[in-house]
Ligand binder design. Structure first.
Ligand SMILES: [Zn+2]
Length: 76
């Protein structure tokens, strides 16, 4: 487990598409050689899919009303 120096911040940035293209390319190359990172990446993506689930928690009515009220004000 300790052989790979890639930290989870880099992996997260890669999944989020926040890496500069050169870092992305470098990491992509690293992924081809590093099984540990591929496994971690797969888990990370699975976890993020779970968080972005198709059924987001509905807003409480009170919060929704407040947002709608502000939206109406802004449109005045
Ligand atoms: Zn690695």
């Amino acid at each position: 487990m300790a052989r790979c120096g890639t930290n989870s911040d880099l992996l997260t940035a890669y999944v989020d598409g926040e890496l500069a293209w050169l870092d992305r390319l470098r990491f992509h190359y690293h992924l081809g050689m590093c099984r540990q990172c591929r496994v971690t990446l797969k888990r990370l993506r699975a976890a993020m899919r779970t968080m972005d689930g198709p059924q987001p928690e509905p807003l409480p009515d009170r919060v929704r009303d407040e947002i709608l009220a502000r939206f109406a004000d802004a449109n005045e």
